[in-house]
Design a binder for this molecule. Structure first.
Ligand code: 6GU
Length: 236
């Protein structure tokens, strides 16, 4: 998978050099490029924002640098409209006003050949950038939840980690993807390792007796109990 990130804080993404995602990049499973939006400005101050038309608080990101940045990442426009829909990249703009990011969306996006993340800052990006982007690629506004971040960078990091680990070969043991929270719509069951007793706390005895049927039943009951208690919304 190819991933491009457009941001005014490229140094934010140095964390993607390490861990599982870093290895996936070394092995070529993920090809990632970070682009500094300010490199696509043409004024002395490299300005990326301006005051909003109509007034109001804060600044809005200017469309021109975004246009040049996206043009530099996207292939030249293919002639045929059909060809544009087939296999064209998906541009994700992290936004608290977007659709909610879920495991299902991570799964869907992990099959894409090319993702572009456009990290906005300040009070947002000039709306015409989304319109222009939609003429060149599939566009999605995506939110991490009902709270506000200062910009799209942290959201992008979270999405790349969630998506990247679902790409075949990135996670060493694919079975660990099958059993984790949200993969079956339920929260994960509790896990234990040795010692069987620690500071007076014991591992549930059912896990020690080697009865695999009983263990599977216990784990499923734990998943249901936790989900009912902590995330009843997932059950409906
Ligand atoms: Cl994707 N961006 C920002 N700025 N805030 C958020 C968010 C995204 N998701 C939740 N809050």
């Amino acid at each position: 998978m190819r991933i491009d990130i457009v941001t005014i804080f490229p140094e934010f993404f140095s964390a993607l050099d390490v861990s599982l995602l870093g290895k996936a990049r070394e092995s070529g499973l993920i090809e990632l490029a970070v682009h500094d939006l300010r490199d696509f400005t043409h004024d002395r101050h490299r300005s990326v924002d301006d005051t909003p038309y109509g007034g109001g608080a804060g600044m809005v990101m200017k469309p021109e640098p975004w246009g040049y940045a996206l043009d530099s990442i996207l292939d030249p426009l293919p002639e045929e409209r059909e060809a544009r829909l087939e296999g064209c990249p998906t541009i994700i703009f992290p936004s608290p006003a977007g659709e909610l990011f879920t495991q299902a969306m991570a799964q869907e996006l992990s099959a894409e050949p090319h993702l572009i993340f456009g990290c906005g800052r300040y009070e947002g990006i000039d709306e015409r950038v989304f319109e222009y982007a939609a003429s060149r690629a599939r566009v999605r506004l995506v939110s991490m939840g009902d709270y506000v971040l200062n910009g799209g960078e942290v959201a992008t990091m979270a999405m790349i980690e969630a998506i990247g680990r679902l790409i075949p070969g990135v996670v060493g043991n694919p079975q660990s993807l099958v059993e984790e929270s949200h993969s079956d719509g339920l929260l994960e069951y509790p896990s234990y390792t040795k010692p069987a007793e620690w500071r007076g706390l014991e591992v549930p005895p059912v896990l020690l007796n080697g009865n695999h049927g009983a263990i599977a039943a216990w784990r499923h009951e734990q998943q249901l109990e936790r989900t009912r208690r902590i995330r009843p919304d997932l059950l409906s």
